[in-house]
Design a protein around this ligand. Structure first.
Ligand SMILES: [Zn+2]
Length: 255
């Protein structure tokens, strides 16, 4: 029997990277999409369906890639101990609310879930949470939380963060997509929080990140112009503010 890997798939760059990497191996992949109240849920699910078809069509594909199982967060039973552990970790490290229902879902279904997390020590709440709570341990091809404390055990004992993705930046990932000739996959990934007419908005945080790492071609031209104007005007306003402060300081000194 093939090894089965359960993976959280959002249709974004990181989780798709991991599905693509596993697709060349003789394994069974069962993707899960955990849906919270999110304006882009439908668009993400659509992206996952499209990506599944593209990945399975690739000549390199050896895996069995099952259709994604969509689970709505409000259908997951409560678990006071996990929620309380998340609240404590969230207070200290701003751990994202999605990890609370991912932990409940994994525990209640006795699942070990892979989460595609990339190297982002400054922005990632997972990185911060691990850093503040005993760090991580490497086991085979995975990074796992050091679950010595009960809160960390409740939150992370069913989650795995695959290597080498955990140590890669978005730029590293994009280079790999290209090395694997997976441009078609890259063109179908989804990342925007606030799509406009079904297209990336160009202004939300993930859109900005994708533009800055060189994936702006996935965003409509009009939205790119809007991004550019906001970015450049922000700089102009900042420069004017700096000049104003400089003049004020100069006046103080010359009095
Ligand atoms: Zn956006």
């Amino acid at each position: 029997m093939k090894k089965q890997i359960n993976i959280l798939w959002t249709g974004g760059l990181d989780s798709t990277y991991r599905v693509l990497e596993l697709s060349t191996q003789d394994v069974t992949i069962q993707p899960y999409y955990l849906a919270s109240v999110n304006p882009d849920t439908e668009r993400e699910i659509q992206a996952i369906h499209e990506l599944t078809e593209i990945i399975l069509r690739r000549p390199e594909a050896k895996c069995e890639l099952h259709p994604v199982k969509v689970v709505y967060a409000d259908s997951i039973a409560p678990d006071e101990a996990i929620t309380s552990a998340w609240e404590k970790l969230h207070r200290a490290s701003h751990l994202g609310s999605q990890y609370e229902f991912i932990a409940r879902f994994a525990a209640q279904n006795n699942l070990v879930l892979e989460l595609g997390i990339e190297k982002d020590p400054h922005e990632s709440t997972i990185w911060r949470c691990l850093e503040l709570n005993g760090g991580a341990i490497v086991k085979e091809d995975y990074v796992m939380a050091n679950c010595e404390s009960e809160d960390m055990r409740l939150m992370f004992s069913n989650m795995r963060f695959p290597l080498p993705l955990f140590e890669m930046t978005k730029q590293d990932e994009i280079a790999k997509y290209k090395e694997w000739h997976a441009e078609e996959v890259l063109s179908k990934i989804w990342f925007c929080y606030h799509p406009v007419n079904g297209k990336p908005c160009g202004l939300c945080d993930p859109c900005k990140t994708y533009i800055e790492v060189g994936l702006g071609s996935m965003i409509p031209r009009k939205r790119l112009i809007l991004y550019w104007l906001r970015k450049n005007f922000a700089e102009v306003f900042q420069s004017l503010r700096n000049v104003k402060h400089w003049v004020r300081d100069l006046r103080k000194k010359t009095r």
